[in-house]
Structure formats: structure tokens, C-alpha cells
Design a protein around this ligand. Structure first.
Ligand code: CIR
Length: 258
């Protein structure tokens, strides 16, 4: 099934080494290696039948390569988020400029103060969106998000996060009713109706795979997850994201797919 035509990415900046990190995956990113991994990520996306728009690095925002967070793109509109981390909030201004190349003004919506929302907390399942209530996304952000979706005939529901940074850190939808779930999401009633693939604890990072037009991109180094995804019948591509992992970033965080 072809669902996405476009992908937006932003090149990592040198300042990425100062990006926000929980320290869960220790070490500072190696910038040169991160660039190479970003090249590989773009090359993999290009194999998935999408046009890739590559935005220039922005040194003012160390985490700006994680373009998934300042915006959410739906089938009907683009929603500029209001990122919950102070050092990242200005990224919304820059992503807006890119999104204006694809959406007319009346199809661009905004999450506004005191609402906060990070795109990494939003998981799309058809016309329904699960939204993580997290350290970055608050109740008011979710309320505004739901109101916007309602205008276009779409819905959302809240999922309280207890352990991970963003919702999609631990749960990702691979279409066809298939969902990768790890840690706190394994037993959540919200996801009971899906064909859940439980990710082993020692491969938790790889719960963050992305589905792009029937290919699933899997991070390098997670054999159990790779086998499980292949077992579902998907074509897979592998990309090493070790340098982004040090900043708690994964495959989904690095792009907007629409
Ligand atoms: C941050 O803490 O905001 C970045 N270092 C990582 C963002 C990862 N994005 C995502 O999960 N969507």
C-alpha cells in the first residue's frame, strides 16, 4: 500500500553533540558518523517510493534533526506543535517554513500556549491518533490537538506515559493492525485490539521502527525485532542510528512522513 508521498528530514547540526539526553544510552554523538548515518537514512527512505526533502542543518537548535517533534502531518492538515522542551520550542518556526511548501495556509493549524505537544507523542492509526501525556505534552496540548482533528473528522485519545520520553519511543504502528509494543505499553488496554508484537526488554530501543509504504525500516543491531518484523511479512531495511540513540532519538524522530 502506498500511503506516503513525501518525507521531510533535517540534516543534523554540529551542535547536536549538545542535544538533550536522558543518559539512558551514554556517550556523546560522533558528528561525522551521525552525518553518515543520516545519509544512510535518506538512502533507505528513497527506496520506499517517497520524495525526500532535506532541510539544512540549523546550528541554533541542537535537536533540530528530530523533525518529528515540532509538527504532526495528517492526511487533511498539518499541525505545528508547541515543543515542550524550552531549547527546542523555536524549531516550530523553522518547520513551518518547510510545511508551507506543501500545505496552503488554511490547512496549517497550531498548538498554542499553554498547550504543549511534541510530535513524538503522536501515533497515527488511520484517522485516529494516540497522544502521549508526557513530560513534553500536556493536557491542554492534547485538548487543542483533538479539537483540530475534530474539524477534519479525525479523533484522538490520551495515553499516559510513565517511563519513556515520547509515546513512539515505546510503541509504533506498522499498519495492517500490527503494532510494536515495549515496556509500559505491552499491557495497556488502549492497544488491546491490535496484533501486538512484544519487544524484548534488551531490544526496547527498536520498538521505534517506521513503516513507509510497506517497507519497515529497523534500527541496526536488534535481531529479535528484525526477525519479528520480517515474520509479519514486511520488506525490511536496516539503518544504524547509534549516534541519535545517544540523544534518545530514533528512526521515527528523524522524519515527517506524509
Ligand atoms: C529530545 O530530547 O527532544 C531529543 N534529544 C530527542 C527527540 C526524540 N524525538 C522523538 O522521540 N520523537
Amino acid at each position: 500500500m502506498k500511503k506516503f508521498n513525501n518525507v521531510i528530514v533535517r540534516r543534523p547540526c554540529k551542535a547536536m553533540v549538545e542535544g538533550i539526553t536522558s543518559g539512558l544510552y551514554p556517550g556523546k554523538p560522533d558528528y561525522e558518523l551521525a552525518l553518515k548515518q543520516h545519509d544512510d537514512y535518506i538512502a533507505a527512505l528513497k527506496q520506499c517510493d517517497v520524495e525526500v526533502t532535506v532541510l539544512e542543518a540549523d546550528e541554533r537548535f541542537p535537536d533540530s534533526c528530530f523533525v518529528e517533534d515540532p509538527a504532526v502531518i495528517t492526511r487533511a492538515c498539518a499541525i505545528i506543535a508547541n515543543p515542550g522542551a524550552e531549547s527546542r520550542n523555536g524549531e516550530k518556526v523553522e518547520i513551518l517554513k518547510a510545511i508551507q511548501q506543501f500545505f496552503p495556509e488554511d490547512k496549517i493549524e497550531f498548538i498554542q500556549e499553554p498547550g504543549k505537544l511534541d510530535g513524538g507523542d503522536v501515533m497515527m492509526v488511520g484517522d485516529h491518533f494516540y497522544v502521549g501525556l508526557s513530560a513534553r505534552t500536556n493536557e491542554e496540548g492534547i485538548r487543542q490537538f483533538g479539537e483540530i482533528l475534530g474539524k477534519y473528522g479525525m479523533t484522538c485519545s490520551e495515553v499516559k506515559l510513565e517511563e519513556v520520553l515520547h509515546l513512539k519511543t515505546g510503541v509504533n504502528y506498522l499498519e495492517n493492525n500490527n503494532m510494536l509494543v515495549s515496556g509500559e505499553f505491552v499491557e495497556k488496554a488502549d492497544f488491546a485490539k491490535y496484533n501486538k508484537v512484544q519487544i524484548p526488554e534488551d531490544e526496547a530501543y527498536a520498538a521505534n521502527c517506521i513503516w513507509v509504504n510497506d517497507t519497515v525500516i529497523v534500527p541496526e543491531g536488534y535481531p529479535a525485532v528484525l526477525a519479528a518484523v520480517q515474520g509479519l511479512g514486511y520488506k525490511t531495511l536496516i539503518v544504524d542510528t547509534s549516534e541519535y540513540r545517544k540523544l534518545d532519538g530514533g528512526l521515527s524522530c528523524l522524519s515527517l512522513r506524509f
